[in-house]
Design a protein around this ligand. Structure first.
Ligand code: GLA
Length: 413
């Protein structure tokens, strides 16, 4: 058995305001091109995987046909490298006609007809990170109007090739310009990631007022090391980051890489568990046309999605560490909780761990609590606060529990 010190959990109510477009009261879910497809513009030799109409349509079809949309994965987002290298004669950004032969509006129509929402990418700066035309202060208005005229539903606004003062003017200006179009457009701001991600350099009160979500930190890559690096940064800086998240305004630790090449099955569960505790957007970047059944089953786990989408919208925290074990806790609506016990170790023997709800500071329910194992999809039983809860956590894996006051009904697993 391991002894853990569990920090007292303070239920502080969050009073910051969110961008007033009514969007993403729970973390957005969907799919995005970047992590998996990068700046692959070679449609001649790789027509199925290049950034273009075919990729977006074929993934949109899968989002619908394989049940993703109905679970909440509704955003399908084109990242960098979609445009031509020059603006048109009216000064507007234009998609590459070889790769998007019918334009973005027609693609948006296709996506909307299937009950999905289309995302696009821009950059507050001279160029995008991939070297395509960026949005400067004087083109913000026309670019916002162009995106709205294409009936786009989300804008990821990156920050390459600009300086801090341009970003300070540009991000709020784009927010106002999007609002002025009258079209509700989810506004995802990469601004904090370009300023080190932390206060006082980053003003998260302002971010919450002008953006719906924001990248705080560096890019995810297709490896477990990258996932560990990101989750560690969010844990170390959680006191600054946790209070700013809430309905309509989310911290974004970057895309889900589950279903790609870099994560084992255990590691895939771990990314999903920690992103869920963090109330993070669940934006996949993978190939839904060839994804394994195992990865699909994890990404479509209903209880995990239920927890991620909890209406309280409160980001969780890492509340204790014990050797290579980490305990992460998220408070949910109606006295419910989610706990993830992560084993970051590489020692081949699964780690045994015993705790109790009292140790986790979960004591409020007089009838005790029902416990569910999220990834085993199993009801474990009803426990009192002091009942010992034993578990075994695989190397680089996680055990995730859903904890619900005993007087309420079972969720559908
Ligand atoms: C930056 C962003 C990534 C992606 C690329 C595109 O690195 O952080 O998420 O959008 O640019 O070039």
């Amino acid at each position: 058995m391991y002894l853990v010190s569990v920090a007292t959990f303070l239920a502080l109510s969050v009073l910051c305001s969110a961008l007033d477009n009514g969007l993403v009261r729970t973390p957005p879910m969907g799919w995005m091109t970047w992590e998996r497809y990068r700046c692959n513009i070679d449609c001649k030799t790789d027509p199925e995987n290049c950034i273009g109409e075919y990729l977006i349509k074929s993934i949109a079809d899968k989002l619908v046909d394989s049940g993703w949309r109905d679970l909440g994965y509704v955003y399908i987002s084109i990242d960098d490298c979609w445009s031509l290298k020059n603006r048109d004669s009216n000064g507007r950004l234009q998609p590459d006609p070889d790769r998007f032969p019918n334009g973005i509006k027609t693609l948006a129509d296709y996506v909307h007809a299937r009950g999905l929402k289309l995302g696009i990418y821009g950059d507050m700066g001279k160029y995008t990170c991939g070297g395509y035309p960026g949005t400067t202060l004087d083109t913000i208005k026309i670019d916002a109007e162009t995106f709205a005229s294409w009936e786009v539903d989300m804008l990821k606004f990156d920050g390459c090739y600009s300086n801090s003062s341009e970003r300070e003017l540009g991000y709020p200006k784009m927010s106002a310009a999007l609002n002025a179009t009258g079209r509700p457009i989810l506004y995802s701001c990469s601004w904090p990631a370009y300023e080190g991600g932390l206060p006082p350099k980053v003003n998260y009160t302002l971010l919450g007022e002008i953006c719906n979500m924001w990248r705080n930190y560096g890019d995810i890559q297709d490896s477990w090391g990258s996932v560990l690096n990101i989750l560690e940064w969010y844990a170390v800086n959680q006191d600054a980051l946790q209070p700013i998240a809430g309905p309509g305004r989310w911290n974004d630790p970057d895309m889900l890489i589950v279903g790609n090449f870099g994560l084992s099955y255990e590691q895939s569960k771990s990314q999903l568990a920690i992103w869920t505790i963090l109330a993070a957007p669940l934006i996949m970047s993978n190939d839904l046309r060839t994804i394994s059944e195992d990865a699909k089953d994890l990404l479509q786990n209903r209880l995990m999605i239920y927890i991620n989408q909890d209406s309280l919208g409160k980001q969780g925290k890492r509340i204790a560490t014990a050797g290579c074990l980490e305990i992460w806790l998220r408070e949910l609506v109606d006295g419910q909780y989610a706990v993830a016990v992560l084993n970051t170790g590489t020692d081949g023997l699964p780690k045994r761990f015993t705790t109790s709800l009292a140790q986790l500071n979960i004591t409020g329910s007089i009838f005790g609590y029902k416990l569910y194992d999220v990834f085993e999809k199993e009801f474990l039983g009803t426990v009192k606060s002091r009942t010992g809860i034993e578990m075994s956590i695989n190397p680089s894996g996680v055990v995730m529990l859903f904890i619900r006051p005993a007087a309420t009904r079972h969720p559908t697993l």
